[in-house]
Design a binder for this molecule. Structure first.
Ligand SMILES: Cc1ncc(COP(=O)(O)O)c(C=O)c1O
Length: 457
């Protein structure tokens, strides 16, 4: 039985039950007034715990097992897991289930911060590599499979590769080619597909990672697929040696023992919708709407057209930095972007982004006249800093602070903190890495990060 039907059934057939269990609101018997005002009674009527007839996400045997099996069938995986704490939790759990302390793991530097957290917890040793950088758009572009193979050959005994595709900005990498290399070298391929939750549906030309050779992936249903924050899925591919029971064990280590039924219900409803003909139609409509949108932009506007997810609109206007253009869009047109950088701006679309909304954006963009960039913003020139401690070693070291007046003396010290250039939130230095002059200057001058946490030698 589905979660939704189970809940409906409970309220019809078991409504006289008296609950002395958590949560103490007992399906909304008592509601804190502001919660009632903001969330409504219905939310609390769905907020079950593991009472009789309901299931336990940590060791599912009933309705949650059935739901996870249904999701696995839809996504054609060996096993899919519901995540009620975002792709972040799935990434950490996958790392814990695959990596042991001291294992080498190859990681693209444009990874999400959860990968760093997974390193602290697992004790694995990162071998970082830089994807290619697209200066024109100030973003990381695809990962070159040849580079990956070269590093694998030179480093030897790498246990896993972690990479993002599509990236935050929508750039895909060739998962098939990379997974072929990984298989040849017996390396587990984990793909952060947080931004690719629609790939399984409608007419996307790029297949999802676990159907292209990756061993595992995560997808955030809340980012583009219409689910509330932070609903997500973890997928384990059919042909993989990842131990499913270890993944469950790892998820149990990092997850609450009280997963939210309203969120699990949301995962169920979202996946059911996406897999229905109405869902496929909606995804198709989105693809057509963004195509039409791109065709009707003025010639002074360019849209990123690399190997990317077409629903992520990375846009430049001639004569404006992304940041400058977005300031105007925000102030004059009340349009808020996902992010902007020195070159471009990103507008995220997702299921339900209608033509009318895109028309508003198009009209605003088309109103820009060619201009001369007024504010020149320098991008950080990413370079891998020297690593003195692994993230786990660094995490457990004592740290001290260099005050802003003495920030110059931070050069050559070992960082005890993550410093990210935001957007796009990619670390320019991680704990355990050496602060170079470039990093200190960029942090102070551009990021207003003036005091530095360091690990004293
Ligand atoms: C590339 C990437 N991976 C993973 C995540 C984490 O996803 P979630 O918010 O579902 O935990 C994000 C979130 O912004 C992201 O951009």
């Amino acid at each position: 039985m589905s979660i939704i039907n189970k809940i409906k059934d409970y309220h019809i057939n078991h409504k006289d039950k008296i609950l002395f269990t958590t949560p103490s609101h007992s399906l909304g018997e008592f509601l804190i007034p502001q919660l009632k005002e903001m969330l409504g009674e219905k939310y609390f009527k769905c907020d079950f715990s593991e009472i009789e007839g309901f299931d336990n996400l940590r060791a599912p045997t009933g309705i949650l097992k059935e739901l996870q099996n249904n999701i696995s069938n839809i996504y054609k995986t060996k096993q899919s897991f519901i995540l009620t704490n975002g792709s972040s939790s799935g990434i950490v759990a996958l790392m814990l289930s695959v990596l042991r302390p001291g294992d080498k793991v190859l990681i693209a530097r444009n990874s999400h911060v959860s990968v760093y957290n997974g390193l602290v917890l697992s004790g694995a040793v990162p071998i970082w590599f830089m994807p290619e950088y697209d200066k024109k758009w100030s973003i990381f572009s695809s990962i070159n499979p040849k580079n990956v193979e070269e590093i694998i050959k030179s480093e030897r005994s790498i246990k896993a590769l972690i990479m993002t595709s599509p990236t935050y900005e929508g750039v895909f990498s060739d998962i098939k080619a990379i997974s072929d290399i990984c298989q040849k070298h017996n390396i587990v391929l984990i793909v952060d597909e947080a931004h690719g939750a629609l790939l399984n549906f409608g007419g996307f030309q790029t297949k999802p990672a676990v159907l292209s050779g990756a061993d595992a992936s995560v997808q955030s249903l809340h980012k583009t697929a219409g689910a509330p924050n932070p609903c997500a899925l973890l997928h384990i591919a059919k042909d993989t040696k990842i131990d499913i029971s270890k993944v469950q064990e790892s998820l149990n280590i990092i997850s609450t023992t009280s997963p939210s039924y309203p969120l699990m219900l949301a995962v169920e409803a979202t996946v059911k919708f996406l897999a229905s003909s109405a869902g496929a139609k909606k995804v198709q409509e989105l693809l057509e709407a963004v195509k039409r949108f791109k065709e009707t932009l003025n010639p002074n506007i360019s849209v990123y057209t690399g190997y990317n997810d077409p629903t992520k609109l990375l846009i430049k206007i001639k004569g404006y930095s992304g940041i400058e253009a977005c300031e105007i869009l925000n102030n004059k047109y009340l349009i808020e972007e996902e992010f902007s950088n020195s070159s471009a701006m990103l507008f995220l679309t997702g299921i339900g982004t209608e033509n009318s909304k895109l028309d508003t954006l198009k009209n605003a963009l088309n109103s820009f006249k060619t201009n001369n960039i007024k504010i020149k913003i320098n991008d950080f020139k990413y370079k891998l800093p020297k690593q003195m401690y692994t993230p786990r070693e660094a995490y457990f070291k004592n740290s001290s602070e260099i005050e802003s007046e003495k920030s110059d003396s931070a050069v050559s010290q070992i960082s005890a903190e993550v410093i990210s250039a935001y957007p796009p939130g990619i670390p320019i230095v991680l704990p355990g890495e050496v602060l170079t002059k470039d990093i200190v200057e960029y942090s102070s001058n551009t990021l207003n990060h003036n005091s530095f946490k360091i690990i004293p030698e």
